[in-house]
Design a binder for this molecule. Structure first.
Ligand code: PLI
Length: 460
């Protein structure tokens, strides 16, 4: 054994556990059929390891749980609102806070306030709820992410970057007045949890400032993005995650935030802005959709837990363990030659279903098919992030055919152990060995909005 090797482990210990039900392949076969081959429609008690999402599924700390007991459930002016406002100013630097029940609540308010019919909203790859709110407000989303993001094998370290030439061409074509803001996500979920570099943000700031265009951040996984900047961007290796997070925010005018990811809570979100006028309009609109501007659809206790979670999320040791676990699983997959999105991203491992199941056409839903097959093999629940998630073009009615057809194995924070990661990797390997036998699906029920949540399928 090498005497210089020093392993690392999680900076926490486990105080309480939740027991899991073990199922047989026959039970799982029946459950997935009843769920219309859609992992969103499975009952959670039928799931062994739940990698559906990292949203609202993380384990809160003892500090957060004790924060729940400090809930001030006053209708107006809850003291927990002021604690949250203080945390947002301290860690992100934004002037004004509007709490919302979760991220999409903030997206709705921001879109209603800032987007006019016929506007163009550039962004670094779409996200499902974000794009829908932009469209419902009358805008058209245009993807200006760098081309490398659409290639699962490209090793660019910052595949979330905005292509400034694409953005410049868009400004030239439509005029700056038609662009209310650029929507920048850190990290980019549907590209595989890929980060944006600080350099790119600085250049984007300079370009948008020239044209008087605002930048609105989707800062749902900002601390994870900051970790990649610390690890891979020149000049940042000695800076703390907290300092990097604050610097990212400093190049933007506001942000939407789902507290259910980085901030380690089960529910919560906010809109934060610097502009006084936008704040006033947003805090007026929030009372229509969410609740009074000092609670925005949240209980006081949830705001307290989110404020504590924000502080925990920017600790260097926390983030090293969080992304370290994702890396551990990813490296196991690479050893087994499973086709995954590279570089390994922040919140999960994304299997390239087009390369995993090359015998299936994209409209036979390879990622949806693979997610169902993984569940039957081991009770591991994953999520489709491909053609089903992409939905249809509202104008033509055709499916969008995204280049990336992925199955996301999303890792909740502080929930599973290294042994769970081993079981997951072994299951993927087993299914990979038998991949040629896997048949595709056809969609038999399709809801109008965000169809991936509730669509049903049957086997071809
Ligand atoms: O689920 P919400 O409404 O709190 O947040 C919406 C949302 C906004 N932006 C990004 C990048 C997300 O990832 C996001 C939600 N993501 C989910 C639910 C997920 O499973 O990835």
């Amino acid at each position: 054994m090498s005497l210089t090797k020093r392993s690392w482990a999680e900076p926490f210990k486990i105080k309480m556990v939740e027991l899991l039900k073990m199922t047989t392949p026959e039970q799982r076969e029946k459950a997935i059929k009843e769920a219309g081959h859609n992992t969103f429609l499975l009952k959670s008690e039928d799931v062994y390891i739940d990698l559906l999402t990292d949203s609202g599924t993380s384990a809160m700390s003892d500090q957060q749980w004790s924060g729940l007991m400090l809930g001030d459930e006053a209708y107006a002016g809850s003291k927990n609102f002021y604690t949250l406002e203080k945390a947002v100013k301290k860690f992100y630097g934004y002037k004004h806070l509007i709490p919302t029940h979760q991220g999409r609540g903030a997206e709705n308010i921001l879109s209603q306030v800032m987007i006019k019919k016929g506007d163009i909203v550039p962004g670094n790859m779409y996200f499902t709820t974000t794009r829908l709110h932009q469209e419902l407000a009358g805008g058209t989303f245009v993807d200006v992410i760098i081309d490398e993001a659409h290639d699962s094998e490209n090793l660019h370290p910052f595949k979330g970057n905005i292509d400034l030439n694409k953005l410049q061409a868009l400004i030239k074509k439509h005029g700056a007045k038609k662009i209310p803001y650029v929507c920048v996500a850190v990290t980019v979920n549907l590209a595989g949890g890929q980060p944006v570099s600080m350099q790119n943000l600085k250049e984007l700031r300079a370009l948008t400032q020239e044209h008087g265009i605002k930048i609105m951040l989707d800062m749902t996984r900002i601390a994870e993005n900051a970790y990649f900047i610390q690890q891979h961007e020149k000049g940042y290796s000695k800076k703390s995650i907290a300092a990097i997070v604050k610097e990212i925010c400093s190049y933007t005018d506001g942000a939407t935030f789902s507290g259910k990811k980085d901030a380690l809570v089960n529910i919560g979100g906010f809109l934060a802005v610097n502009d006084q006028e936008i704040f006033e309009e947003a805090s007026n609109l929030v009372v229509v959709y969410e609740g009074l501007h000092t609670y925005g659809g949240l209980a006081g206790r949830d705001m307290e837990a989110m404020a504590i979670g924000i502080e925990e999320s920017v600790q260097d040791e926390h983030m090293k363990a969080r992304i370290g676990q994702v890396l551990y699983l990813g490296e196991k997959m690479q050893e087994a030659e499973i086709p995954i999105v590279l570089p390994i991203g922040g919140h999960g491992i994304f299997i390239d279903a087009k390369r995993f199941l090359p015998h299936l056409k994209q409209d036979q839903f390879p990622a949806q098919t693979l997610a169902a097959a993984l569940y039957v093999d081991s009770g591991v629940r994953t999520m489709e992030r491909g053609i089903v998630s992409a939905g249809r073009n509202a104008k033509t009615g055709d499916h969008y055919y995204p280049k990336l057809e992925l199955v996301r194995l999303t890792i909740p924070r502080r929930v599973y152990t290294q042994a769970h990661m081993d079981v997951i990797a072994e299951s993927v390997e087993r299914v990979y060995q038998d991949r040629k036998k896997i048949r595709g699906l056809k969609m038999v029920y399709e809801p109008k909005y965000l169809r991936f949540f509730q669509a049903r399928f049957s086997k071809l």
